[in-house]
Design a binder for this molecule. Sequence first.
Ligand code: JB2
Length: 192
Amino acid sequence: MKEIILIGGGGHCRSVIDVIEMEGKFKIAGIVDNNLEIGDKILGYEVIGCDDELEKLRKKYDYALVTIGQIKSAEIRIKLFSLLKNLNYNLPVIISPRAYVSKHSFIDEGTVVMHDVLINANAKVGKNCIINSKALIEHDVVIEDNCHISTGATVNGGVVLGKNSFFGSGAIAKEYIKIEENSFIKARSLVK
Ligand code: JB2
């Protein structure tokens, strides 16, 4: 099985570990975290270093994923994604077997699709996104790079969500609207 390292060992990482284990395509080789001690364990997986060691780790590992969450700002995830790309890591798409992802949709590198997500026909999801548990991405939606669609959110047909945006838990976007980049959509809000 291909080995992968995970960057960031907090709450979001623990959720992603569950998805990776269920998907069964990658063996988790370890966690890279700037604030944990080497040898600390996250759900049984060891912390193997901090960001300064990513260059050295690249000699051993081909695959990596950013597993820090994104609420107030996409900045850290963008910085880490670009660091990993510059070091020539491969950033796979991770999809929970409990998600339904239309064969007519497209999902770009470094994006994770969590448990019970539905991504419908002709939707397009960019790079380095989190489509969190139970989110609904309807037909013809475009989610640009570095967005987090939170748990249970509904993005209706034809919506375009600009890059680096946060779309809160349970929020609903009315169909065919354009939401500008760097948006922060509050939990449970209705976006018209
Ligand atoms: O620059 C960094 C860095 N900054 C923080 N590099 C690396 N390698 N690691 C970094 N970290 C680490 O990310 C912290 O030391 C910490 O271990 C982890 C962040 O964990 P935390 O649990 O605080 O947040 P999270 O981003 O994993 O999860 C939040 O967002 C999710 C979407 C939580 O609010 C979750 O509940 C939410 N589901």
